[in-house]
Design a binder for this molecule. Structure first.
Ligand SMILES: Cc1ncc(COP(=O)(O)O)c(C=O)c1O
Length: 438
């Protein structure tokens, strides 16, 4: 079979090197570590850098380009929309109406309203505002390892130290509780026998921390930035029962888990969850900046005129992209592809785990999988030092990967949902080769 990845220069290549040097002179260097390539163009699952090297992409940006990089239909829709109207703030435009109709049509029936914003963090900020406004209360239960963005309410709800360290007090009212990270259970229990004891702990946490002003719960459908950590089956329905019994609002952060990533359009479909608010981002524009809140009309209806708006939210170009992405997802049945290719990739990753001394855990669903690197499989000591090495080695052989994780030791396996079987196998061959060179 002909190989599609091809790296012909050392990395960074000469042109990339020059651009990295120019960039460092003028822009603050505060982004995370990435493979040493400067992207030039991309199509489907392939990325070509400015030196002419071609890579298979396991990042999808950061779980963004679900319909594939630069899908021709999406590019055409954006070109047509931008030639007509670039921005009109809150004045209505036709693409906004069409995008809202399409988005509501793919949301579960109880979420009958939406509202467009620009980024995932903004959607989270908006959802937290709505929970407070609707309930008249201010405390939000959230989870260890949760990542909801870097803006203030979002980072306060988050359960990772990174975005908070060095910034002083977070917002009052964040009550953070353990998430079921079963590979490293905080209670040292086993998922087969624990009876989901981490959920019993919720009452203790509330009793110890609440001032009696609980508004709601925000949680990701799986922990993304903490390392693609999926809760055991049954955990979400029991969480929903717990919060309903206390009259709390339920926000599910699907900024990265929606748009087919787990093999369903929304991850909430797996266990029939009925959140009051869903935060949507990343894949919604598949590369074009857009985000949204999906909501029960009655809940978002707590906001009166003038209470929510954003300069770029609902702009006609983003809205044209939102509509085009939904059309593409539906026609190309990308959720099904995510499930099929995801299953074959996971089976191979599990086989790699058997052979490789550093792969401690392989987990995930559809086309979002985490490979957790450890120094020793018995002690499970995290191996964050290996991730940067692996990112570079994989790039040298034609595969772009990124890392996440509470301990910075999880490789993201999240290619665009259009990946084919042959591309999946080639990328896994490269990944295994890179692991063998560690
Ligand atoms: C689950 C989740 N929520 C919110 C965000 C924030 O999104 P954005 O970076 O678009 O503000 C992210 C980003 O990674 C995310 O993964």
């Amino acid at each position: 079979m002909t190989k599609i990845a091809s790296v012909q220069t050392p990395l960074p290549g000469p042109r990339s090197k020059e651009l990295f040097t120019r960039w460092a002179r003028v822009e603050a260097q505060c982004t995370g570590y990435q493979a040493q390539v400067v992207w030039d163009h991309a199509s489907g699952v392939l990325v070509t850098d400015v030196d002419g090297n071609t890579f298979i992409d396991w990042t999808s940006g950061v779980l963004v380009t679900n319909v594939g990089h630069c899908h021709p239909e999406l590019v055409k829709a954006v070109q047509a929309a931008s030639a007509k109207l670039l921005n009109n703030y809150e004045c209505l435009n036709e693409p906004r109406v069409e995008a809202a109709e399409k988005l509501v049509s793919v949301l579960p029936p109880h979420l009958d309203k939406c509202f467009f914003l620009s980024t995932g963090s903004e959607a989270v900020e908006g959802a937290i505002r709505i929970m407070k406004r609707h309930s008249g209360r201010f405390e939000i239960v959230s989870f260890y390892g949760g990542f909801h963005g870097r803006t203030y309410a979002a980072l306060s709800a988050g359960g990772l130290a990174g975005p908070k360290k060095g910034y002083g007090p977070t917002l009052p009212g964040a009550i953070r509780v353990p998430f079921p990270y079963c590979y490293r259970c905080p209670f040292k229990a086993k998922p087969e026998t624990c009876g989901l004891l981490c959920l019993d702990y919720l009452d203790d946490a509330v009793r110890a921390n609440s001032t009696g002003s609980l508004a709601g719960v925000i949680v990701e459908a799986y922990l993304g930035a903490a390392g693609f950590i999926f809760p055991p089956a049954g955990w979400f329905p029991r969480l929903e029962q717990w919060l309903r019994a206390r009259g709390l609002l339920f926000t599910l952060d699907e900024v990265q888990s929606s748009y087919g990533r787990t093999g369903k359009f929304f991850a909430l479909e797996w266990e029939g969850l009925t959140p009051d608010l869903v935060c949507i981002g990343k894949g919604i524009g598949s590369g074009v900046p857009a985000s949204a809140i999906g909501a029960r009309g009655e809940v978002i209806g707590a906001l009166g005129p003038g209470e929510m708006s954003s300069t770029m939210g609902g702009n006609p170009v983003s809205c044209a992209a939102v509509s085009a992405v939904i059309d593409i997802m539906r026609r190309e049945k990308l959720e099904e592809n995510a499930l099929r290719i995801g299953a074959l990739m996971k089976a191979r990753l599990l086989a790699i785990q058997e052979r490789c001394p550093y792969v401690g855990d392989v987990r995930g669903l559809g086309l979002v999988m985490g490979v957790e690197l450890v120094k020793d499989k018995q002690t499970k000591e995290p191996a964050p030092d290996l991730t940067r090495k692996l990112i570079d080695l994989a790039a040298h052989h034609g595969l772009l990967i990124g890392s996440v994780g509470t301990f910075g030791n999880v490789i993201r396996v999240a290619p665009p949902l259009v990946i084919t079987e042959a591309q999946a196998h080639e990328s896994l061959d490269i990944f295994e080769k890179a692991l063998s060179l560690l």
